[in-house]
Design a protein. Structure first.
Length: 90
């Protein structure tokens, strides 16, 4: 009878030890962890077309002798002629 009591105490100790280990362990993730976040794209510099004033990324602009242009046509036409009136909508 004495050995049965010792066995019960040992089994209770093992049960308590195992339940504490299970509680300490973080739960297994149900879904895979999200992939590492890729860094945000760096903002690109914006430039204004010298002819029409359109703002576009500097990487898309055509470099003219006197500044950036939005298209080859505006590069050919050159800088807008400032005559004091509102910019024509071409
Ligand atoms: Zn333009």
């Amino acid at each position: 009878m004495k050995y049965l009591l010792v066995l019960l105490v040992v089994l209770a100790g093992v049960w308590i030890w195992r339940s504490r280990r299970a509680a300490e362990r973080p739960p297994a993730p149900l879904t895979p962890p999200p992939p590492a976040r890729r860094p945000l794209a760096q903002p690109s510099a914006m430039v204004a077309c010298r002819h029409c004033g359109l703002h576009l990324p500097a990487s898309d602009a055509l470099a003219g002798p006197d500044g950036p242009y939005c298209s080859a046509e505006h590069l050919r036409l050159g800088p807008a002629q400032r005559t004091g009136r509102v910019r024509d909508a071409n």
